[in-house]
Design a binder for this molecule. Structure first.
Ligand SMILES: *Cc1c(COP(=O)(O)O)cnc(C)c1O
Length: 379
């Protein structure tokens, strides 16, 4: 089955009690049992819920994996992966990644004796340098947030497979429409479903997808034992969002491409970070592992003062100044003070994330209106 068809039909079975074509929102905490231990596969809603099950089936199908698990947020899904580890284990993670992941790793899990090596994962040798028998997990984000760096998933998977180390890829920026890390050798794919999967900026949710049944059992055990499960209404919203993923992504990509080129040609713009430019360092790898380049980008003005950046950030009307990304509406964001404020300034600068960087999540509006809006704000 082709992806567009999978996106529409995955996980969708007519409801057995009524034939309802859409899986109902099973707003229940428990299920009546016929006799002690005799049930229909549903005992208690932290462990099983039919709406969540439909979503988890859909998540697995659209990522090309065997099993999906939904969590109450993207960071809750990250938290579940980290709980596979024990004190003394080491993790190699991308230096340039989502600030909340960095915060969870350094402020929560370091306390429990997990050690993190943050390296430039676009350079495969940097991973090899810190790989040791203590390494249990490699954590990638590609494209990265916010600098759009590209890591070669297949090349990293070759290393982790040989070393017997788990590889988890945060696929939030690409979405399953643009990239499927399991097919490139990853063991676990993570999504902040809050972003492109939900697609309408109306829900917080996370997801994990995997192929290995043992890994699925371990992560399911953590999901039900730690309890960070999404409610049925939120599962319904993400299921509904997924149905238009391919249509939205096509427009995000088309608008992204036009806007990136327009920005690059703008006399007041110094640099645009978008992985679809042929001179982008990760272009060749991106072309191989992604179907298209998406609608996320960042840029810097020639006047690289924070004041100039602030004027643009406050000067748009269609681009709303807000954290998050991947919704149908366009957003503009200042990573240094917003999404990435939890990363120390020296760390940010070391990774190339300047105080004047502006990030865009290009929505699915008419591109002429989006360009006119940014044009006025840049001046
Ligand atoms: C937003 C985001 C997360 C965290 O997800 P939440 O749903 O906000 O908890 C993780 N990774 C990336 C790349 C994100 O953009």
């Amino acid at each position: 089955m082709k992806l567009a068809t999978t996106i529409i039909h995955a996980g969708m079975e007519p409801d057995p009690s009524t034939g309802a074509i859409m899986t109902p929102i099973y707003q229940t905490s428990t299920y009546v049992q016929e006799a002690p231990g005799v049930n229909k596969g549903f005992e208690y809603a932290r462990s099983q819920n039919p709406t969540r099950l439909a979503l988890e089936t859909a998540l697995a199908a659209i990522e090309g994996g065997q099993f999906g698990l939904a969590f109450s947020s993207g960071v809750a899904a990250t938290d579940a992966v980290m709980k596979l580890l024990v004190p003394g284990d080491e993790v190699i993670a991308a230096a340039d990644m989502y600030g909340g992941t960095y915060r969870l790793f350094t402020k929560v899990f370091e306390k429990y004796g997990i050690r993190f090596h943050f390296v430039d994962t676009t350079q495969i040798d940097e991973i090899k340098k810190v790989l040791s028998p203590k390494t249990k997990l490699v954590w990638l984000e590609t494209p990265t947030n916010p600098l759009m760096n590209i890591t070669d998933i297949k090349a990293v998977a070759a290393i982790t497979k040989r070393a017997g180390v788990l590889l988890c890829v945060d696929n939030t920026f690409a979405s399953p429409y643009l990239q499927n890390p399991l097919q490139l050798g990853a063991d676990i794919v993570l999504h902040s479903s809050t972003k492109y999967l939900g697609g309408h900026s109306d829900v917080i949710q996370g997801a994990l997808v995997m192929n290995d049944p043992t890994l699925r059992e371990q992560l399911y055990f953590i999901q039900k034992s730690c309890g960070a499960v999404p409610g049925p209404m939120d599962c319904f919203l993400v299921l509904r969002g997924i149905k238009t993923l391919h249509l939205r992504m096509e427009r995000h990509c088309e608008n992204g491409r036009k806007l990136a080129h327009w920005l690059r040609d703008h006399p007041k713009v110094e640099k645009v970070y978008w992985c679809g430019f042929e001179d982008h360092a990760g272009y060749a790898v991106a072309r191989q592992q992604m179907r298209d380049f998406g609608g996320m980008m960042s840029f810097e003005l020639k006047d690289n003062s924070v004041e100039a950046a602030r004027r643009v950030l406050s000067g748009t009307h269609l681009f709303s100044l807000a954290e998050s990304l991947g919704g149908v509406e366009s957003l503009i964001n200042h990573p240094a003070s917003m999404t990435h404020a939890s990363i120390p300034r020296e760390e940010r600068l070391k990774n190339g994330l300047t105080d004047a960087l502006i990030r865009l999540s290009v929505g699915v509006e008419d591109i002429e209106d989006l360009i006119a809006d940014l044009s006025l704000a840049i001046g």
